[in-house]
Design a binder for this molecule. Structure first.
Ligand code: NAI
Length: 308
């Protein structure tokens, strides 16, 4: 299993590290345009191998796509992250050009790869890959919901005073502060609805804190976060590489599912060796449907800024 990660910055390197530590891939190639940067990150990570006990071989390259040839999975993290006060949508001008060039170079050298898009605004960047390549929809996956759901579970555990391993919950919809739809009604603590333990007001606060999870960290760090994003990507990569058939909310091209068409947005999907093997349609309440429809409108508005 060969995995390429384009962009050896904060998220790309974190993602490579988690993939290596989980030790399921034979090779991870980091690629960046900054001279020597990916090579340096790869060497530093390889020097953790004996300490962390993994055999995954990590190499780095400055923009030489021949080194990525034959990748089974390729992750796109190249592009600029947001600064405090910025929205993800504001990154479109620079990142659209980068994602378009990078995806075409990746596919040229790895025609069978499954692509995971991370660069923001992620739903629109995922849609851009659909529009500018001829890859089938199961092989284009946007990562956002897996991270947002992890942030939701963190906030749920905090509100419940419970260990994170005891809680479950999912965030669907667009990967933006306004567009996320944390499914509070379906969140559970060890299979008991969380509404049995906390008030509606507290649950609403959990949802609100989840939606600004990324912005909160950007305010604290001065740039966007990387540990949880890297871990979330590695979870998707592992599910595909190990054919786990796990359900994650991912940005995927909808063609009628949830009453939506011609956009990529977060919905529960089954991930396995073929990428997105199934889009899972769950029964939503009217309020949830309305929130998802509003979120879709926001994503479509951002898609409208693409020069296709
Ligand atoms: P970063 O600035 O640390 O790293 C980005 C890297 O991309 C840099 O090393 C840069 O040299 C490289 N790069 C730029 N253009 C390139 C090109 N054409 N080819 C190859 N490499 C290129 O940024 P960070 O924090 O790693 O974030 C990366 C992206 O991921 C941002 O757009 C950010 O908004 C997004 N992000 C998305 C998340 C999600 O849940 N979908 C979560 C966190 C970040």
């Amino acid at each position: 299993m060969k995995v390429t990660v384009v962009g050896a910055g904060a998220v790309g390197a974190s993602c490579a590290e988690y993939i290596a530590i989980k030790d399921f891939a034979s090779e991870v190639v980091l690629l960046d345009i900054k001279e020597g940067y990916a090579e340096g990150k790869a060497m530093d990570l390889m020097q953790t191998a004996s300490l962390n006990g993994f055999d995954t071989k990590i190499t780095g390259t400055t923009n030489d796509y021949s080194k990525t040839a034959g990748s089974d999975i390729a992750v796109i993290t190249s592009g600029i992250p947001r600064k405090p006060g910025m929205t993800r949508e504001e990154l479109i001008g620079i990142n659209a050009g980068i994602v378009k060039t990078v995806s075409s170079s990746l596919i040229e050298h790895s025609p069978n790869a499954i692509i995971i898009v991370v660069s923001n605004p992620m739903d629109t960047m995922t849609y851009l890959v659909h529009k500018t390549t001829d890859l089938p929809k199961n092989r284009i996956i946007g990562m956002g919901g897996a991270l947002d759901s992890a942030r939701f579970k963190y906030r749920l555990a905090e509100a419940l005073g419970a260990p994170i391993s005891d809680v479950d919950g999912m965030v669907i919809g667009g990967h933006s502060d306004k567009g996320m739809v944390p499914l509070t009604r379906l969140a559970t603590r060890n299979s008991v609805p969380v509404s049995e333990f906390i008030s509606d007001e507290r649950l609403e606060q959990v949802a609100a804190d989840t939606k600004v999870g990324g912005a909160t960290l950007t305010g604290l760090l001065g740039t966007s976060a990387w540990y949880a994003p890297g871990a979330a990507v590695s979870g998707l990569v592992q599910a595909i590489a190990c054919d786990q058939k796990k359900i994650f909310p991912c940005s995927t091209l909808l063609e009628g599912e949830y009453g939506l068409n011609d956009l990529c947005i977060g919905a529960p999907v089954v991930l396995g060796r073929n990428g997105i093997e199934k889009i899972v349609e769950i029964e939503l309440s009217d309020a949830e449907k309305a929130k998802l429809a509003e979120s879709a409108e926001g994503v479509k508005k951002t898609n409208g800024l693409l020069e296709l």
